[in-house]
Ligand binder design. Structure first.
Ligand SMILES: [Zn+2]
Length: 81
């Protein structure tokens, strides 16, 4: 697989897709309270734990803080591609 850059990942997120797998992330719940409530979306792959929140199912998605390292140029962690 081609090497992914932080920019590629940010672009995928902007379209509501998993930054690693490029598949669209369906809504799996809700996050937040009151007028800050947003859709909780997650990658449909079983081996992927990436989740984020979005105002709208078509994105853009904001990664949950525990996954934010994926958007840094040299991510720490070992999510398989
Ligand atoms: Zn994924």
């Amino acid at each position: 697989m081609a090497k992914q850059s932080a920019k590629d990942r940010a672009f995928r997120l902007s379209e509501g897709r998993c930054p690693i797998h490029g598949v669209s992330m369906p809504q799996i719940g809700l996050t937040g309270e009151g007028d800050q409530q947003r859709a909780l979306v997650g990658c449909p792959r079983k081996d992927c734990e990436i989740t984020g929140s979005a105002w709208d199912a078509d994105g853009p998605v904001e990664l949950m803080p525990e996954h934010a390292a994926l958007l840094r140029p040299h991510p720490v962690g070992s999510i398989r591609q």
